[in-house]
Write a protein that binds this ligand. Structure first.
Ligand SMILES: [Mg+2]
Length: 111
């Protein structure tokens, strides 16, 4: 499955009662909410020595992906657009992989 295939599938499951404005708000707020659920799993693992259930982690990361897909679509972007732009940014910031220090990050961000 490609990112854009996933995005099209996600769009079939949006709430049809929402108008464009509310769909964007629902998805972008959900992005923060679902990311917090992932953080909660990591927090419990880190500070409470709990094991992360891979199925639960997969579910929550999937929820993040759904919200990202709908947010991007609501703003006229495909997931492949987002992925390619991010990859280009990372390739510029870390052309040789993650080998340089923080001082080069701020320089790359200004470029
Ligand atoms: Mg969730």
């Amino acid at each position: 499955m490609t990112l854009d295939d996933y995005q099209q599938a996600a769009l079939r499951t949006i709430n049809p009662a929402l108008d464009d404005r509310d769909r964007l708000l629902d998805a972008s707020a959900g992005l923060a909410e679902e990311a917090a659920e992932v953080l909660g799993l990591v927090r419990k693992r880190t500070f409470q020595q709990r094991t992360i259930d891979p199925a639960k982690l997969t579910e929550e990361l999937g929820d993040v992906l759904w919200c990202l897909a709908v947010t991007a679509s609501s703003l006229g972007l495909s997931l492949s657009d987002v992925a390619e732009a991010n990859q280009a940014k990372l390739a510029k910031r870390h052309p040789d992989g993650f080998t340089r220090g923080p001082e080069s990050w701020s320089r790359a961000a200004k470029e």
